[in-house]
Ligand binder design. Sequence first.
Ligand SMILES: Nc1ncnc2c1ncn2[C@@H]1O[C@H](COP(=O)(O)OP(=O)(O)OP(=O)(O)O)[C@@H](O)[C@H]1O
Ligand SMILES: [Mg+2]
Length: 296
Amino acid sequence: MDQAQSLREYMSRYNDKQQIPQSSRVITITSGKGGVGKSNFTLNFALALQGAGKKVVILDLDLSTANINILMGVSPRYSLIDVLYQKKEIWDIIQKGTYGIEYISGGLEIQDLMEFDQNKLWYFWRQIQKLQAYADFILLDTGAGISKELVDFILASDETILVTTPEPTAIADSYAVVKTVLQFSPQVPKLHLVVNRAQSYREAVETARTLKNACSNFLKIKLNSLGFLMEDDHVRKSVISQIPFYISYPNCAASKTIKQIVNTYLPDIDSSSLTVEPKGIRGFFEKVISFGKLTQ
Ligand SMILES: Nc1ncnc2c1ncn2[C@@H]1O[C@H](COP(=O)(O)OP(=O)(O)OP(=O)(O)O)[C@@H](O)[C@H]1O
Ligand SMILES: [Mg+2]
């Protein structure tokens, strides 16, 4: 029996014994092109979800330039690596940001998980289980670029939010993300689109239309438009002050749009949860580990 298989068996035995009261929903936030506003969106979306009464944990999976913590003005002490190496409890590695947002630094290559013995993996798994019952939403902030690891994250998540700007390069890279994911699996979890840094509403609509049409005509994939964020200097100012714009400028255009996105998104997922149960963080790692095994 290989490691991934034995881990899966363990997971199902463990799950049977533990009545997990609720399932976290895992959302990957990504783009093809770097610097389009993923991390700012992730953090402020998390704050707006929290404002609507949801428990949110951000998992920073941007291994090269992880910077959500900088946007929040905190420095992470531990990462998921410490759960594996140091037997830290999941509660020890959750960093509380100043605004109540909880944050976990990934610090982990999926490959790392494949190199551990069963005892370590099972311990890791038990810790991940705790998160499942703890958070309503786990937002994964990813780095720039299209990698196999990103494809795995998208396929293992419950939903993905693609962030693009109106620049043709950003649109092309977002399209490339969807196309690449499809090369690995015909079954793609729900994909949402956020247009960021538009100069006008018209430009945002045109950007969404271009990308949605390309995905629908050439890839037969439907993108759900979540919202349009305009170019807003409050975003840059909030990065400089290291206070998220949703907190420092609650009435700026970007904050209002984020709030509006949450207001339309939450009722939508409440109705879809009746038919599709989220796989959650448990399902996420289960899938990611098995993908890793397949490509070894
Ligand atoms: N709506 C906006 N209006 C004005 N400036 C913005 C907006 N969104 C993002 N920016 C600017 O873009 C910069 C990059 O944003 P952010 O770090 O969120 O991008 P990213 O996609 O996470 O980048 P990376 O790919 O490097 O992780 C911000 O520091 C900010 O100055
Ligand atoms: Mg980022």
